[in-house]
Ligand binder design. Structure first.
Ligand code: ATR
Length: 277
C-alpha cells in the first residue's frame, strides 16, 4: 500500500518491513536516524515503547500514549524543524525523531468513509477494552459520541477505560456494560475474537441481539467477513471490516512523511490485492 502510494506520488522511495525485537527498538530507531531515513511505522509490540524513545511527541501520540509513526526531521536555516523530504540532498547533521499516532484518526475516518457513520451524537457499543478498544472508545468520546457502552471479558479493563472517559470527556454518558434497552447506533468489535475460525462470538446475544445495532464495524479484516459481520449483514445492519483502519493509518503516515495528500484509491487497491490476493 505504501509503495503503491509512493509510486503514484512519483517518489523514488521504498517502504520496507523489518522485524525488530523490543530490546533492539532503541538501536533500530537510532540506526534509522543515522541512515537519514524519512520515517518509520511501528506496530505491536513497539507502539508503547517508542513513546518513551522518540525525541519529541506530537499531540496525537500524547493523547493516546502510543506511537505508530515516526518522522525524522532536521533543522532548516531559520532553525525550524522540517521533515527530511524538505532538504533534498543536503540533509543537516542534527536530526530528531518525531512521534505521531495515526491509529485513532483512522478509526473515525474509516467509520465515516467506509460506513457513512456519523460519530457525533451517536450511541456506540464497543466490544473489547485492550489497546485497540481503549483508543477507539477514547477517540469516539473525543469526537462527541453521546453514549458509550464498553464490554470486555476482563470487566475491570472496561471499567478502567470508562473511568478514564468520565474524567477526560465528562459530556459523554459511559457505562461498562451492555445497554439496558438493547439498542445502539454502532456496534464496534475491538476484540481479537473472529480472527480464528473456531473463536466464539465477541457478542453476548442474550444481552444484545445484533439487530439492535444499525451499523456494525469489525476491526478484524482477515478474514474479510467474520461470523459477527455475517450475522450483522443477515440481520440487515450496515457493515464494514477493519481494512479501512489499516488504510487510513497508513495514508496519514504517508502524508506526514511527504507533506502531500495520500493517493487513497491506488493505496486501497494495493492493500486489497496484498491482503485478499
Ligand atoms: P489489541 O491491541 O488488538 O486491542 P489486546 O490489547 O491484547 O490487543 O486486546 C485484545 C482484546 O480482545 C481484549 O479486549 C481481550 O479481552 P481481555 O482484556 O479480557 O483479555 C479480547 N479477547 C482476546 N481473547 C478473548 C477471548 N477468548 N474472549 C473474550 N475476549 C477476548
Amino acid at each position: 500500500m505504501q509503495n503503491a502510494g509512493l509510486a503514484t506520488l512519483g517518489l523514488n522511495w521504498r517502504y520496507l518491513a523489518f522485524e525488530v525485537q523490543p530490546k533492539d527498538l532503541r538501536e533500530a530507531i537510532a540506526g534509522a536516524r543515522a541512515m537519514k531515513l524519512i520515517g518509520l511505522n511501528l506496530t505491536v509490540p513497539h507502539k508503547l515503547l517508542a513513546f518513551e524513545i522518540v525525541d519529541v511527541l506530537d499531540e496525537s501520540a500524547k493523547a493516546w500514549g502510543a506511537v505508530n509513526t515516526i518522522r525524522f526531521e532536521g533543522k532548516d536555516e531559520q532553525g525550524q524543524w522540517q521533515p527530511l523530504k524538505f532538504f533534498a540532498d543536503d540533509v543537516p547533521r542534527e536530526i530528531r525523531s518525531h512521534g505521531f499516532n495515526t491509529d485513532a484518526e483512522a478509526i473515525v475516518l474509516s467509520l465515516q468513509e467506509d460506513l457513512q457513520f456519523k460519530v457525533k451524537g451517536a450511541s456506540v457499543l464497543v466490544l473489547g477494552a485492550g489497546g485497540a478498544g481503549r483508543v477507539a472508545a477514547l477517540k469516539l468520546a473525543a469526537e462527541g459520541v453521546a453514549a458509550l457502552f464498553l464490554v470486555n471479558r476482563t470487566a475491570s479493563k472496561a471499567e478502567a477505560v470508562a473511568a478514564e472517559i468520565r474524567q477526560r470527556f465528562p459530556g459523554v454518558a459511559v457505562s461498562a456494560d451492555y445497554p439496558k434497552n438493547p439498542r445502539a447506533d454502532l456496534l464496534l468489535n475491538a476484540t481479537s475474537l473472529g480472527l480464528q475460525a473456531r473463536d466464539p462470538s465477541p457478542l453476548e446475544e442474550t444481552r444484545f441481539p445484533i439487530r439492535g445495532a444499525k451499523f456494525v464495524y469489525d476491526m478484524i479484516y482477515r478474514p474479510a467477513e467474520t461470523p459477527l459481520l455475517r450475522m450483522a449483514k443477515a440481520a440487515g445492519c450496515r457493515t464494514a471490516n477493519g481494512l479501512g483502519m489499516l488504510l487510513y493509518q497508513g495514508a496519514k503516515a504517508l502524508e506526514l512523511w511527504t507533506g502531500q495528500p495520500a493517493p487513497l484509491k491506488g493505496m486501497r487497491a494495493a492493500l486489497e490485492r496484498n491482503v485478499y490476493g
